[in-house]
Design a protein around this ligand. Structure first.
Ligand code: ATR
Length: 273
């Protein structure tokens, strides 16, 4: 049986084994998928051990996505752009590092939620790893504009600069307060503010009529960001559970060459929160 795993620290909370088991059952693929806890100073050793034991691929989660980037022998262009790896595939020609997070969020927004990004004014909140992985897929969707805003404005400016010529529009870097007076059709929260049960401190009036607020985080109830978005008049709101399932589907496709149906898996996961 082909073996796969998700590796992280902590890892007990991971929904990936459940998602991939559902994908495998649905597509008739013979594989096992487990959760692996790596010591904080033992990522590479744990990966090598799993590979030596017959592992075919891994998903990588917090805090190892940068180490996975360094460990890979080859990188896909989207992993290169993200500067982080969430998917490893072990082959005869070495270890391929990919990043499916950006594709996952775009697919959730455009396919599952039916929200076209093309021609829209997009605001990306945050300038850390989660935001970085989303910039290129967003630009590829050809928005009318892309504004990257961060609590620490200089980091947003740097990130915007890095992608200045990557798409049909150059992203604008901004602080949060500087957003006052602007309107957006799509606002994506890629900050880690939810981890401290907070939402980024945004000026009022950012949400254009019909706009979508998207939080990469998810939870049983409404996230702090989505609660604030509702209060500020965002017409549509979605959390990141769909992104989680879609990035998994993209990894599954990389490994197995088969694209699973995500809707039933997402519905099942939603019901289990
Ligand atoms: P990740 O890999 O999840 O992106 P990260 O690289 O640590 O994590 O980045 C966290 C991001 O969330 C940063 O953009 C951070 O803003 P700063 O650069 O100013 O630190 C942002 N962030 C965290 N807590 C926040 C809060 N309470 N309000 C607004 N932004 C916050």
């Amino acid at each position: 049986m082909d073996r796969y795993a998700v590796i992280g620290n902590p890892i007990g909370h991971s929904k990936s084994p459940r998602i991939h088991a559902a994908f495998a059952a649905q597509t008739g693929q013979q594989l096992s998928y487990e959760a692996l806890l790596a010591p904080l100073d033992g990522f590479a050793a744990t990966v090598r051990e799993f590979q030596a034991a017959g592992g075919r691929g891994m998903n990588v989660t917090v805090p190892f996505k940068l180490e996975a980037f360094d460990l890979a022998d080859r990188l896909t262009p989207r992993a290169q752009a993200a500067g982080a790896v969430n998917t490893l595939a072990f082959g005869a020609d070495g270890t391929l590092g990919d990043n499916t997070d950006g594709a996952g969020i775009l697919r959730d927004i455009t396919v599952n939620l039916g929200f076209a990004v093309t021609g829209r004014r997009v605001l990306l909140l945050g300038a850390g790893g989660a935001a970085r992985g989303t910039v290129l897929p967003l630009l590829d969707a050809r928005p009318a504009s892309l504004t990257i805003a961060n609590r620490t404005a200089s980091k947003a400016a740097e990130l915007a600069d890095e992608f200045a010529t990557a798409g049909t529009v150059a992203p604008t870097g901004s602080g949060l307060a500087q957003l006052a007076g602007q309107q957006f059709d799509l606002v994506i929260n890629a900050t880690s503010a939810s981890l401290s049960d907070a939402a980024p401190d945004l000026p009022a009036g950012l949400y254009a009529p019909g706009s979508l607020a998207y939080d990469m985080m998810y939870g049983k109830g409404e996230t702090p960001f989505l609660a604030a978005a509702r209060a500020q008049g965002a017409a549509r709101r979605a959390d990141g559970l769909g992104m989680l399932v879609e990035q998994a589907a993209e990894s599954f496709f990389l490994w197995r060459g088969v694209r699973p149906e995500t809707a039933p898996v997402l519905a099942d996961l939603r019901a289990s929160l």
